[in-house]
Design a protein around this ligand. Structure first.
Ligand SMILES: [Zn+2]
Length: 267
């Protein structure tokens, strides 16, 4: 189906960008414009993950200023060399105190292309424990680390599921995460020719296990390389997904919206 045609028929579908870093400096200058553009395209809500201690704390104020955003708290493995030893304890304290303001624990996880892998593993374990304690889902970052994440889940079973952000991997890996109560984040990867395999796998998974995301300002879609990614592009991710899924766009859109609301407890 041509994207333009689909755009005409999907203009009334509501979306949630389940993973966008709207508080990052690349988006800060034009934030009101980015949010407005997304809303005009049908993107009603935005999930903004935590990546460091101070940034997670600052998200409380961000949420007050931007009530259309739901926020999380986490220590991203990408910043492993910047986190202090005491940060996890402080993050846990912050999350407990502000439990009602949070929709998830994360962005956390394991990135095998970053340093201090053993430290990353124990930090991720602490996030899984925290999510179990506070009864919140996890936002999980992975990169060459499915085996390490599965090993953590074997030691500490996540009780409230979550999302495997920007999922790419085998069908077997996808099914494993689904069996653990997780949904898979579908983002710009599927717009690239190299994302064809991931898209094929995603097309065969239960619709209840999928959510849409952009990872803005990162991970620009095919055709926008080198540009800052923005949350309105979640609609283009959706249009690409429509090419692979058997459902009608209306049904697909409604289910993805529902999945995201249910996972993050958004009213
Ligand atoms: Zn992210």
């Amino acid at each position: 189906m041509a994207a333009g045609k689909l755009s005409d028929s999907t203009h009334k579908i509501a979306f949630i960008d389940s993973h966008c870093h709207l508080d990052f400096s690349e988006l800060a200058a034009g934030l009101a414009t980015h949010i407005k553009a997304a809303q005009s395209a049908g993107v009603e809500r935005f999930i903004v993950p935590g990546v460091t201690l101070t940034q997670s704390q600052r998200l409380l104020e961000f949420k007050t200023d931007h009530p259309e955003c739901a926020i999380a708290a986490g220590l991203h493995p990408y910043f492993i060399d910047k986190h202090h030893d005491s940060d996890m304890a402080k993050l846990a304290q912050h999350a407990k105190l502000n439990r009602a303001q949070l929709c998830a624990i994360g962005e956390c996880g394991i990135d095998a292309t970053c340093e201090a892998l053993a430290q990353q593993v124990s930090l991720f374990e602490a996030h899984v424990r925290l999510s179990n304690l506070l009864e919140l889902p996890l936002i999980v970052h992975h990169r060459k680390s499915h085996h390490l994440i599965a090993a953590v889940f074997k030691r500490i079973k996540p009780k409230f599921g979550g999302v495997i952000h920007a999922f790419s991997g085998s069908k077997q890996q996808a099914e494993y995460y689904i069996s653990q109560g997780f949904k898979l984040g579908v983002g710009g990867t599927i717009t690239y020719p190299r994302g064809e395999k991931t898209a094929q796998i995603i097309s065969q998974l239960p619709l209840e296990s999928l959510v849409l995301e952009t990872d803005a300002p990162s991970m620009p879609l095919n055709g926008y390389q080198g540009k800052v990614n923005t949350p309105k592009r979640v609609v283009e991710v959706f249009e690409k997904l429509c090419e692979y899924r058997p459902e009608t766009p209306n049904l697909l859109g409604a289910m993805l919206y529902q999945n995201t609301k249910q996972l993050f407890g958004i009213s």
